[in-house]
Design a protein around this ligand. Sequence first.
Ligand SMILES: Nc1ncnc2c1ncn2[C@@H]1O[C@H](COP(=O)(O)OP(=O)(O)OP(=O)(O)O)[C@@H](O)[C@H]1O
Ligand SMILES: Nc1nc2c(ncn2[C@@H]2O[C@H](COP(=O)(O)O)[C@@H](O)[C@H]2O)c(=O)[nH]1
Length: 223
Amino acid sequence: MSNNPLQPNRPDRRGIMFVVSSPSGAGKTTLTRRMLKEVEGVELSVSATTRAIRPDEEEAVHYYFKSHDEFRSLIGGDQFLEWAQVFEHYYGTPRGKVEPLLRQGIDVLFDVDWQGARMLKQCMPGDVVSVFILPPSIAELKKRLEGRAEATPEAVMKRLLGAGPDIKRWGEYDYVIMNDNIETAYEELRSILYTERLARRKASQGARVDVLLADAEKLEKGG
Ligand SMILES: Nc1ncnc2c1ncn2[C@@H]1O[C@H](COP(=O)(O)OP(=O)(O)OP(=O)(O)O)[C@@H](O)[C@H]1O
Ligand SMILES: Nc1nc2c(ncn2[C@@H]2O[C@H](COP(=O)(O)O)[C@@H](O)[C@H]2O)c(=O)[nH]1
């Protein structure tokens, strides 16, 4: 066990629900994939979706790819912590693994839209830290969307038209990052997680503070 925020004290801490949203194409997948690779003690909440798999994606690693019927039956079985329609597809956060991970002291990363972020905050308010990623401009957002392998002009336009309604929700988040430079944005994202880890560590220091106070009192009494 370590006091380093890189290696959180697992048994005596509850994990953080680290919720990251952005308009499509602003860069949250790029940033969160790097965080998952480089930061210890964080796991991705793998969502279910009805959208088609992309060339760089793997079943059960990036998403659980479902048919509409399968997705509906998961909703019926109360298998989602939250679910939403985003563009013309359905996305949902499976309930099963979240609570066990949090109890093991593992931070869980959620890449969800504003509807999902709002629901998660409502369900588990004390556990959620939310971050909104902004693009530096709409022109740059368009460029980033066009640069992706699966981008058709229609898909790019649909996602671009969704940017305004998404950006309007920025005030609901705990933190906002402007993803102009990827290195700076990544450093900021990681710093937020470390800061929140340190803030929560205060709660587990009570027993050690009691010992310090008892010793200090003994000293004051000359014992
Ligand atoms: N700071 C940046 N500068 C230049 N390009 C970037 C930057 N951040 C991300 N990108 C690029 O922009 C594209 C979109 O990024 P990404 O797929 O991470 O967006 P996203 O917010 O996860 O989108 P979606 O919500 O649709 O999944 C990618 O090609 C990525 O490499
Ligand atoms: N409410 C939820 N939103 C989700 C979930 N998983 C992903 N998303 C969001 O959907 C859009 C589009 O994602 P893409 O991978 O198709 O580009 C993006 O904003 C994601 O954050 C979820 O489980 N619930």
